[in-house]
Design a binder for this molecule. Structure first.
Ligand SMILES: [Zn+2]
Length: 661
């Protein structure tokens, strides 16, 4: 057999679909993606799984509220979740839905194995039940009221299948002892060990009061209950009963939030032990991002959405912030202020600035070709040493999932290069042979450090490091560099620099925050219908609900309500964070208006200045991508892609402000 790559399998939780993803879900998925990229650079064949947990009472209710069947509701949700991960550049290798047939079969197979091995029995579950909501309320006492609707609860007994969790106290404790790295970080391990030492109760794993679930074969109306269903998705994603063929089980790493640790470190290994299947190698428990020290939730109105941040600052900025700001494993506070501050200081002024000034100096002094270095001075050797040590440090910290430390080490190297340039002052050197050679050495040394930093930062900043790599004219892709072979001195010289690109344009802190918040607001409260000229950004599956009304004739009095006038474009500029929009100022005769138009992909801003256009002037002002737009420019929508063509007045010298009738 040819050299087969070692395999690595990691998962995020299978997210519950009674809502849409916020920054908390994004955090886990971003970390999983960074680990995946890192492992690939170390030569592993990697599979990363995420997915949607689509069963249960809450989904039943949400579907009912939306007036659609459950199957349609969960299909829409799965599309929305998957689209988000794709848009953010963090797609799963396996996206598993718990309504997938392969998953259904895996759950039923796992149950059969547990049952055959004697760990499943029929019993009765007694709990407090809300007959209005059709659900048991966990941890409620007789006489309590329903936390959802406030009605009194009833004590109900139903027939359930039980899993003999109590039989696994000793096997689990032995397992934790033999596999000391199974639960990370350490503090979490102690918490779980004492929980298991306290004794385990058998677990009800089916329900007859829930309708929307995976049926227990031959035992209808029993359906599997939450965890027996959801956890098994990790196994179904890589082959289910045929897992040995693909070779990715046991899982190397489950990444989970601290609220679901018990299910992953107690129930899940116990289910697998009962079925005599291999148990995952590690569960890594991370903390939450809090807003003003409380957990984010839609009902509290403090949800942070990922798309507006990615639109405004780029996905890399969000990734960097999430992984740099808090120690992985602990809670951290999310604030837009800290996000934008880090963006400007670490990315715009740090990596972005080092890359652009190094490239500019090579351009100016060496015609854009990376020079060969001359003899090295001690200060050059010192920077080489910093870079070499950074490789080791960044590796070691990343291996331990100390992402913040790893990034800190990389950014310390960037700071060292800045300091080196400041003290060596290549710009102050002349054109003599000796000076030119010295400049070559300084710029080679800086560019080489930049190359190393670029490789090390790639797993966290995949888009921008790819740009720096291309800027340095280095062969291949940064993602294909073998991390284990990374050394000082491998910079390829003589190659031409690539085209300079804006890496991290500096942003005004206040404006950036306002725009992000405005975009989040648009996403949470979508406008009922979007005008034709401005492409609406589809946010969720539910956004697609408004179907075009049949063409209906209107009276002249309706048309008269629309006030259209001739306007002249005074200024036009692109908008950071909105690729399709141009921000225009338009003279409409009586005043100058700011109007956003979705024409940026088809019209150069400079060429629009002075052009006369048709403007709807009495449209209520609104914000597009967080930028105020007061009016609308009229355009034809041409071809299947809806290319906008501005309506105009080429033949006549029309007066600005003239009304269109
Ligand atoms: Zn209720």
């Amino acid at each position: 057999m040819p050299n087969e790559k070692p395999k690595f399998y990691l998962t995020t939780p299978i997210y519950y679909t009674n809502g849409l993803p916020h920054i908390g879900h994004t955090y886990t998925t971003v970390v999983a993606d960074a680990i995946r990229r890192y492992k690939r650079m170390r030569g592993y064949e990697v599979v990363m799984t995420t997915g949607t947990d689509e069963h249960g009472v809450n989904v039943e209710r949400a579907a009912q509220k939306a007036g659609i069947p459950e199957s349609e509701y969960v299909a829409r949700m799965a599309v929305a979740w998957k689209a988000l991960w794709d848009d953010l550049g963090i797609p799963a290798d396996e996206f598993v839905r718990t309504t997938d047939l392969g998953h259904v079969r895996t759950v039923q197979w796992l149950f059969k194995l547990c049952k055959e091995n004697g760990y499943v029995y029929k019993g009765h579950y007694t709990g407090q039940y809300c007959i209005y909501d059709n659900a048991f309320v966990n941890d409620a006492k007789p006489g309590d009221t329903c936390p959802d609707c406030g009605r009194p609860l009833e004590t109900i007994t139903e027939e359930n299948y039980f899993f003999k969790l109590s039989a696994f106290q000793k096997p689990l404790l032995d397992f934790y002892k033999k596999n000391p790295n199974f639960i990370q970080p350490e503090t979490r391990k102690n918490e779980i060990i004492s929980f298991v030492e306290g004794g385990l109760k058998d677990l009800s794993i089916t329900r007859t009061t829930v309708r929307w679930g995976i049926p227990v074969p031959g035992e209808e109306p029993h359906v599997f209950y939450v965890w027996f269903d959801a956890l098994t998705a990790y196994l179904s994603a890589v082959g289910g009963p045929d897992y040995e063929k693909r070779g990715f089980w046991p899982c190397d790493l489950h990444l989970v939030g601290k609220d679901i640790i018990r299910f992953h470190t107690v129930y899940w290994p116990a289910f697998l032990m009962a079925a005599m299947l291999p148990v995952p190698k590690q569960v890594w428990v991370h903390g939450w991002f809090l807003m003003d020290s409380t957990k984010m939730s839609k009902s509290k109105g403090n949800v942070v959405l990922p798309r507006p941040i990615a639109n405004m600052l780029g996905m890399d900025a969000m990734r960097y912030f999430l992984m740099r700001e808090v120690v992985f494993g602990q809670d951290g506070n999310f604030s837009y202020d800290a996000l934008v501050t880090r963006y400007n200081s670490d990315l715009a002024n740090g990596l972005g600035n080092l890359a652009s000034r190094t490239a500019a100096m090579i351009e100016k002094n060496f015609g854009g070709a990376i020079p060969k270095p001359g003899p090295r001075l001690p200060q050059d050797e010192a920077l080489a040493k910093v870079a070499s040590e950074t490789i080791g440090e960044a590796f070691e910290q990343f291996e331990n999932f100390a992402f913040a430390r790893s990034l800190e080490a990389i950014w310390a190297a960037i700071a060292a290069a800045d300091k080196y340039l400041t003290s060596e002052q290549p710009w102050a050197l002349g054109d003599s042979e000796a000076d030119t050679q010295r400049k070559a050495t300084i710029l080679w040394t800086t560019a080489e450090l930049l190359r190393i930093v670029t490789v090390l930062a790639y797993p966290v900043l995949p888009d921008s490091t790819a740009k720096v790599w291309a800027l340095l004219g280095q062969p291949g892709r940064v993602s294909s560099v073998e991390l284990d072979g990374l050394r000082w001195g491998q910079l390829v010289t003589g190659v031409q620099l690539g085209k300079a690109q804006a890496l991290f344009p500096r942003v005004d802190r206040q404006e950036a925050i306002e725009r992000i918040e405005a975009m989040a607001n648009e996403e949470l409260n979508p406008a009922p219908a979007a005008p034709a000229v401005v492409p609406a950004h589809a946010t969720t599956a539910s956004g697609a609900a408004a179907a075009p009304a049949a063409a209906e004739k209107i009276g002249i009095e309706d048309f008269a309500k629309v006030e259209m006038r001739v306007g002249q474009i005074k200024t036009a500029e692109r908008i950071v964070g909105a690729d399709k929009l141009l921000k225009l100022t338009v003279d409409i005769g009586t005043e100058i208006r700011q109007i956003c138009a979705g024409i940026a992909q088809y019209y150069e801003p400079e060429k629009l200045i002075g052009r006369k256009v048709a403007v709807v002037v009495n449209l209520a002002p609104r914000k597009l991508r967080g930028v105020e737009s007061n009016g609308m420019i009229v355009a034809a929508s041409v071809g299947p892609e809806g290319r906008p063509v501005l309506a105009g007045f080429p033949d006549e010298d029309v007066e600005i402000g003239a009304r269109l009738k």
